[in-house]
Write a new protein. Structure first.
Ligand SMILES: Cc1cc2nc3c(=O)[nH]c(=O)nc-3n(C[C@H](O)[C@H](O)[C@H](O)COP(=O)(O)OP(=O)(O)OC[C@H]3O[C@@H](n4cnc5c(N)ncnc54)[C@H](O)[C@@H]3O)c2cc1C
Length: 453
């Protein structure tokens, strides 16, 4: 009953936004379309509805704050869903759960609704850390998190992106551009969860990036062949010849066509220089990923045993590992991460090997037994900012620390911490840096999260 009411409400919004005054049968006359301009007021604005942003928004909404979530894509979940990296990790370290809360609740819900299975976290992953990542159905997860946002009272705004962000009288004024709409959003606290520190940069704060960034990946699955009956030596030799002729690019699949076939394509493509920060750079990353996959599919189908190779699935975006990071009040260093430094203002845990991909692939550097790194609040706050937080892969960290901090469970933990901090800052009329860590931890725990002790 409730769902039907929601549907009816949604369809009337659609009609109003198109300027259709009365619904009638047959041809409908409508005025020429004009760009709609509007102003919205909210307590908390989250920009970027990906891995971290959804959790930040749900936390803010569940804590009773008026919350808007702006996302430039068509669904929530970001890299976890649209990027196809539907294997969030890692929630457990050394036999104990270290990240729980809203992210873990949603991951478990997606697993249960698809009859998937959780890894057995009590068996140590050893050098095979992906064993502790949770394989889930990305599209199902996208639907679930959308439902949870709506239930938490979060107003979702798809297809919109900020064009201007200004601070005035203790509020942020954010102008967004979307399809047929220009919206001014006045908010008290802003959380940048774009993964690229995009809102941070537009707001005028410094962002940092490496001269060379990790490659992105286009996620896909191939099938139609029997791996065990293939002549792998011949295939690798033909692959090298084709690269020599300039018809395939060595770095696109880590120079390892056998790996592509064995994994059926799982998380193996490399799109060098992939950058999702602007529509132009993301377009290029998408086209590069698709061009390379198409050429490789055609090549595979010329080889004995692979004539029937087919594309089973492919994401519609190249997923991006690394672009910009904020210049925060504290920069988490590699030494902090690998020694598991316990910060006084730690608000969440993180756990992953140091994991830098380059053109040849990746050799993870595992943490020493017992080490569980922490994330200080100061790393979520750009220098010189007020009423501004960041969560997700673009937090303040050096490159090596970032290569581990960027993973999904860690982003979810940070998202919840940023959401809780924004709520308290709004309620207490403070800037995030001045909110008491004790209060933040209490709110996170009250919403099921785990906080560093
Ligand atoms: C190929 C690949 C493999 C990976 N493997 C793993 C793994 O095995 N396990 C693991 O846990 N992690 C893995 N990661 C890392 C992890 O998935 C990401 O680092 C993490 O999901 C990033 O979360 P985020 O919230 O910072 O960004 P995202 O999830 O990317 O979310 C950012 C959101 O912001 C939106 N956005 C961006 N710019 C704007 C804008 N200007 N306006 C409005 N909206 C905007 C985007 O559309 C997106 O929805 C992998 C990453 C990649 C790319």
């Amino acid at each position: 009953m409730k769902k039907i009411q929601r549907r009816a409400a949604l369809s009337s919004i659609g009609a109003m936004s198109l300027g259709i005054t009365a619904l009638a049968k047959g041809e409908i006359v409508s005025e020429p379309y004009k760009i709609k301009k509007q102003t919205l007021k909210t307590d908390i604005l989250v920009i970027g509805g990906g891995t971290a942003g959804v959790i930040a928004a749900i936390q803010a909404g569940r804590a009773g704050r008026k919350t808007i979530l702006v996302e430039n894509g068509s669904q929530l979940g970001g890299t976890t869903t649209t990027g196809g990296v539907a294997f969030p990790g890692i929630f457990f370290a050394w036999g104990n759960q270290i990240i729980s809360g809203i992210g873990w609740e949603l991951v478990q819900a997606a697993v249960a609704l698809n009859d998937d299975t959780l890894p057995n976290f009590s068996i140590p992953h050893g050098k095979n850390h992906p064993r502790h990542q949770v394989r889930l159905n990305g599209q199902l997860y996208a639907m679930l998190i959308e439902e949870k946002c709506i239930e938490a009272g979060v107003q979702i705004r798809f297809y919109e992106t900020p064009t201007q962000i200004m601070f005035k009288k203790n509020n942020w004024i954010v102008q967004t551009m979307g399809k047929g709409m220009i919206t001014e959003i006045i908010c008290n606290q802003l959380i940048d969860c774009t993964g690229n520190a995009y809102a941070t940069s537009i707001a005028g704060f410094t962002v940092l990036r490496e001269a060379e960034t990790q490659p992105g990946s286009l996620m896909f699955e191939i099938g139609g062949y029997d791996f065990n009956s293939l002549d792998l030596k011949m295939i690798q030799a033909r692959y090298q010849e084709t690269i020599q002729k300039g018809e395939l690019v060595k770095t696109d699949f880590r120079n390892n066509i056998v790996g592509v076939l064995k994994s059926k394509g799982d998380n193996i493509s490399h799109v060098m220089g992939a950058d999702s920060t602007t529509s132009e750079s993301h377009t290029l990353a998408n086209i590069k990923g698709r061009t390379s996959l198409l050429q490789t599919l055609r090549f595979l189908r010329t080889l004995p045993g692979l004539e029937k190779t087919k594309l089973v699935d492919m994401q519609n975006e190249t997923a991006v590992r690394e672009t910009y990071r904020i210049d925060g009040h504290y920069k988490i260093t590699h030494a902090d991460y690998v020694t598991g430094k316990k910060f006084d203002d730690a608000v969440s845990y993180s756990y992953y090997p140091i994991d830098v991909h380059d053109e040849n692939g990746v050799v993870p550097d595992h943490l020493k037994e017992g080490i569980v790194p922490t994330v200080p609040l100061r790393a979520l706050i750009p220098k010189n900012s007020r009423n501004f937080l960041v969560a997700g892969r673009c937090i303040s960290s050096d490159r090596l620390a970032n290569s581990a901090l960027r993973v999904q469970a860690s982003c979810m933990g940070m998202g919840q911490a940023a959401g809780a901090t924004a709520v308290l800052a709004n309620l207490q009329n403070k800037t995030p840096l001045d909110v008491s860590i004790k209060d933040i931890k209490e709110m996170i725990e009250a919403h099921g999260g785990i906080v560093p002790v």
